[in-house]
Write a protein that binds this ligand. Structure first.
Ligand code: PRT
Ligand code: ZN
Length: 301
């Protein structure tokens, strides 16, 4: 496909090719306005309407690509970004983690065999901990003042204790089902993780930087709109101070008169935090009626 944009203008974004972050990452880019078409080699998706290419790679490759400037932006779990950052030599520039994205939630946590000798980090002195995140694990042990051996393990870490390779593990957990199925008990949290947006430390040509900034602003907008709700209701004029207090994370609601009703007004507000049933019930108790909660599609400030 020929393009009206110069090669040097095109922003390169690294995204996981196939895994837990893929669908959400591509959906986020689509919500930022990119119309993506997959290339024949399946390693590249090209935006038709903006100078943006999406490189589809293994998640472990993403921090390196962004660090070296082969990609300007990358979307990867904070766990992967932090593990690799700890492996850099001092003074080596790391990609900046510039925004937390609202998906890929998990935690890197210690886990102990239910019937094992170690049940907490202080029991691990002189013992072995298997992990695919040896640097984060090592840092946690050091910070906990424990001298123990970290056994690097790639894949199926939860089997390490049964294989006699370690007395505890440090692994990613989301629901905890995998730990439970392997008779492991979750212990201390080493890192709370979610998908994060990485920015290259390599300086960008001006034209490309403008597009990177535009994408960053749109991602901010998508993230804000995700939680935001538009609330409409009718309320007694006298209850307005109480109602305004109850609207979560909203500034200056719009107040409008209701035809033929001196005592009641219409209130419209954007709420930036989750609106729970409890909030709606409290609004009703304060005299509100005809309460409507609508999703917000886009936000630009
Ligand atoms: O092929 P590639 O190298 O790109 O992918 P990958 O296999 O290394 O990564 P992938 O797709 O499994 O995960 C990508 C990212 O998703 C991780 O780096 C985390 O940031 C995030 N994430 C979120 C998770 C989980 N949740 C998760 N539950 N990554 C892995 N898991 C594992 C967990 O360790 C357990 O083994 O999934 C299993 C199920 O978890 P439970 O707790 O629900 O049982
Ligand atoms: Zn990986």
């Amino acid at each position: 496909m020929t393009s009206k944009w110069k090669r040097s203008e095109r922003v390169q974004i690294a995204v996981q090719k196939s895994g837990r972050l893929t669908e959400h990452s591509l959906a986020l880019l689509t919500r930022c306005g990119l119309r993506l078409t997959q290339g024949a080699d399946e390693l590249l998706a090209v935006a038709e309407n903006m100078p943006v290419d999406v490189l589809l790679v293994r998640d472990d490759e993403i921090p390196g690509l962004v660090r070296e400037g082969a990609c300007d932006l990358g979307i990867v779990g904070l766990n992967v970004a932090e593990e690799q950052r700890l492996g850099l030599e001092s003074g080596q520039p790391a990609p900046g983690s510039i925004r937390s994205l609202a998906f890929g939630d998990c935690r890197l946590a210690m886990a102990y065999p239910r019937d094992g000798e170690a049940q907490k980090v202080s029991d691990l002195e002189g013992l072995r901990i298997a992990s695919s995140y040896p640097r984060l694990t090592g840092r946690f042990l050091t910070e906990s003042g424990v001298n123990a051996e970290v056994v690097p393990f790639s894949g199926a870490v939860e089997l390490a204790p049964r294989l006699g390779r370690a007395e505890a593990i440090c692994d990613l957990v989301s629901s905890g089902k995998t730990l439970a199925a392997n008779q492991l008990r979750e212990g201390e949290t080493v890192l709370e993780s979610r998908a994060t947006l990485l920015l290259s430390p390599v300086e960008l040509p001006a034209a490309r930087k403008d597009w990177v900034d535009l994408l960053r602003r749109r991602m901010d907008g998508v993230m804000q709109a995700r939680e935001a709700k538009y609330i409409m209701l009718h309320a007694p004029r006298a209850a307005l101070p109480v109602i305004a207090e109850l609207l979560p994370g909203s500034e200056a609601p719009t107040i409008m008169p209701l035809e033929g009703r001196e005592d009641r007004v219409a209130v419209h507000a954007v709420c930036r935090e989750s609106v729970f049933w409890e909030t709606l019930e409290a609004l009703k108790d304060a005299g509100a009626s005809s309460v409507l909660v609508l999703p917000v599609e886009k936000m630009l400030e």
